[in-house]
Design a protein. Structure first.
Length: 297
């Protein structure tokens, strides 16, 4: 059996009982280490699970899946995924590869940012398409995400923006020369994301994401209520995009960061709930009433 096990969002204790049973019964256990990160080192997982973990980077998962799936038709093999197993298309692909080889697959679900984003107080059924925001460069500033947000906004729906992660990436020079030298990991922060959003809005000029009148909620380390000593846990900051743009970077906490763009189908209870973390509570409520048309009690 090939198990794809969700680990949840925080630490070694977020795994489900069913997931832990699969791990303990597996002859090989792989840890996918590039689509997201946990808040604790691999060694803590190994100590808790009682198993050695084989780190599976992008190259292994995407081009060497046969190695992961080897003998999985005769013995149990587990692939551990931060969050929920099917939150990335990469993992859907390996399921299809396993099926093609006649290997039985079992998915063990867990919490992911897709549902844990509800911690900010916005109702999950009022979310539209989830969008990824990549790091801009001087020569590459893809803005197709803007159109997805625009569609959500037209329907009054909130948008969850997943911010870029760069793990085990090569520079253009090292890639061209075939040198296996990797850049340090980079995780997009809220300030970078909001700056890119403002830049794209200025370029497009459609008024969809006017920084002064668009409400947003920044999320950091969702699920990290009981972090390890010395490690900051969950952080939530709400305000207009303009408020977030002028908020000190340290206020947003450690990565990973996500950002929610608030849609116009906004309920007064959502406004009240998220006002707890507002940079400016008066402006938060004022924009909700005057721009979003939310009748506050």
């Amino acid at each position: 059996m090939f198990y794809i096990v969700g680990l949840g969002l925080c630490d070694e204790k977020d795994i489900t009982v069913r997931g832990l049973e699969a791990v303990k019964g597996s002859t090989r256990v792989y840890l996918e280490a590039y689509t997201s990160i946990l808040m604790v080192p691999k060694e803590r997982l190994e100590a808790f699970y009682g198993k050695e973990l084989i780190v599976a980077d992008r190259d292994m998962v995407e081009t060497q899946s046969d190695e992961i799936l080897k003998n999985a038709d005769k013995e149990d093999v587990s692939l551990l995924i931060v969050g929920d197993p099917l939150g990335a298309t990469t993992h859907t692909d390996i399921v299809l590869r396993a099926r093609a080889l006649g290997i039985p697959v079992r998915i063990v679900n867990n919490a992911s940012i897709m549902n844990a984003a509800g911690v900010c107080g916005l109702q999950l059924y009022n979310f539209g398409q989830t969008v990824s925001l990549v790091f801009y460069t001087e020569s590459w500033k893809p803005d197709s995400w803007y159109d997805r947000v625009k569609e959500n906004m037209a329907n009054g729906l909130h948008t969850l923006l997943l911010l870029d992660i760069k793990v085990k990436e090569q520079s253009d020079e090292n890639l061209a020369r075939g040198r296996k030298i990797y850049e340090p990991p980079r995780y997009m922060s809220i300030p970078t994301a909001v700056q890119q959003i403002a830049e794209t809005e200025a370029s497009r000029g459609e008024g969809v994401l006017d920084p002064s009148t668009t409400l947003a909620i920044a999320l950091s380390r969702v699920g990290g209520h009981t972090p390890p000593p010395g490690s900051p846990g969950e952080t939530i900051v709400s305000g207009t995009l303009e408020d977030l743009l002028h908020t000190p970077a340290e206020a947003f906490g450690e990565p990973l960061h996500s950002l929610v763009i608030v849609g116009k189908r906004l309920h007064h209870l959502e406004v009240e709930y998220a006002s707890e973390w507002a940079v400016d509570k008066v402006r938060w409520r004022e924009v909700a009433e005057k721009v979003y048309g939310c009748a506050l009690e």
